[in-house]
Design a protein around this ligand. Structure first.
Ligand code: AMP
Ligand code: MG
Length: 395
């Protein structure tokens, strides 16, 4: 049985960042930028008005001025200002070179073409060329995870097809003679398959592309044929059958497919029969079928792996301090490294942790609300309300 830290070490020595591709901005949310994005022009590209008002020379503002034209956003004034002349101007419009301020319209009165200025001492209200960014400045550094603000910055810089890490291509094979689809009513020894839904959602949340998801019986030949018929993938997740029971096909399946198994058991509760394997750059996990094990193992290993494939960063989940909401006893004591699904809520600047009442690792509804993992020290697994604990926040 491999310790949790050693398992992560093994995983990240077999993984490396995927190659970049160019995608349209509409497909780039959440992706990692691979090439620094630089401004292709000054921003703003010209001296621009910050107000609706009048552009003029401040030294002339204490006497009436004649309004000789207009500069609007997208339609600059092309003439020049003579003595005691001004133009009407709108926010975002170019300010003529011979004006040195914009007086906002609330500070003026106008009769026909004659303008009088009331507050000539107001700020200039001109956004100077290049005051935001100069041509060539880096607007989004390489390695940035692209959120809405970063995408907008790329759009401003004219980068419509940024180079980003491609999404990891994942295949999910769900094994189990007992499984039926969520829209079916189980009979006899059947149960509903909840792991397909769980894994599809987790993969989506972590930026992966689920290229195929198939439910198969515990039949090695059928499972093998299914995988061999699929296009190439980066990550194979096999749900269920990861242990050594008569119906557990995940390990022989991985071997039949030519994968090398790197570990087959981990000192973890829940999730002991976790298998990690590789075939060249392709990686695979066999995940123990219990839904709670699935969630825990995904957060501890699959999520950081997907991050590594996309960002190249090898950081496991960050630990945060929090206070337990209530007295807690986690039964039964176990010598394995336990990670208990929990709920962390930020209250008045610190996290309050509630350990979820999970009856067994088959209890998928016990996971509702889970957004954290509480590492539980060896027996007796007892905590007092208000006690400070370190926990892992699951994004
Ligand atoms: P296994 O890892 O295949 O031995 O499965 C362990 C437990 O998880 C068994 O009780 C299975 O019925 C259950 N299980 C396996 N796959 C799923 C699934 N896709 N959805 C819900 N429960 C499952
Ligand atoms: Mg099974």
């Amino acid at each position: 049985m491999i310790p949790v830290d050693a398992a992560w070490h093994t995983i990240h020595t077999h993984a490396k960042q995927l190659e970049p591709i160019r995608v349209p901005l509409t497909s780039a949310l959440g992706r990692t930028l691979r090439t620094a994005a630089c401004a292709d022009a000054d921003s703003p590209p010209f001296d621009a008005s910050a107000m609706d008002g009048y552009a003029l020379r401040r030294a002339e503002a204490n006497a009436p001025l004649r309004v000789i034209g207009t500069s609007a956003a997208g339609a600059a004034f092309t003439g020049s200002l003579g003595a005691s002349e001004c133009i009407r101007i709108f926010t975002g419009a170019p300010v003529p070179a011979d004006a040195d301020c914009v007086i906002k319209q609330e500070d003026t009165t106008r009769e026909g073409d004659v303008l009088s200025v009331q507050h000539a001492d107001s700020p200039a209200f001109i956004r100077r060329r290049g005051e935001n960014r100069q041509s060539g400045d880096v607007v989004v550094p390489a390695g940035t995870r692209l959120g809405p603000a970063e995408l907008a910055a790329l759009a401003s810089a004219g980068i419509a097809q940024p180079a980003v890490t491609r999404a990891p291509r994942c295949v999910h094979l769900v094994t189990g003679n007992e499984l039926v689809a969520p829209d079916q009513t189980p009979t006899g020894a059947q149960i509903r398959d909840s792991n397909s839904t769980l894994i599809a959602a987790l993969l989506q949340q972590h930026g992966a592309e689920l290229i195929a998801q198939t439910r198969v019986p515990d039949d090695l030949a059928a499972a093998r044929a299914t995988i061999e018929s699929l296009p190439t993938f980066d990550l194979l997740l096999i749900s269920g059958g990861a242990s050594v029971g008569d119906h557990d096909i995940a390990r022989p399946l991985l071997e039949a497919l030519g994968f090398t198994l790197h570990f087959q058991q981990i000192n973890l509760r829940p999730g002991k029969p976790l298998v990690f394997a590789s075939r060249g750059p392709q990686l695979a996990f066999a995940l123990p079928g219990n839904p709670v094990s699935h969630w825990v193992v995904f957060q501890l290993f699959v999520a950081p792996l997907l991050l590594l494939l996309q960002t190249g960063k090898t950081s496991p989940l960050a630990r945060h301090p929090g206070q337990l909401a209530a007295d807690t006893q986690l039964p039964p004591p176990d010598a394995r490294q336990t990670f208990w699904p929990s709920r962390a809520v930020l209250t008045q600047g610190s996290y309050e942790i509630t350990v979820l009442p999970i009856a067994s690792s088959g209890d998928s509804s016990g996971l509702v609300g889970a957004n954290a993992l509480l590492p539980v020290p060896p027996p007796p697994g007892k905590f007092a309300a208000g006690q400070t604990v370190d926990f892992l926040l699951c994004p």
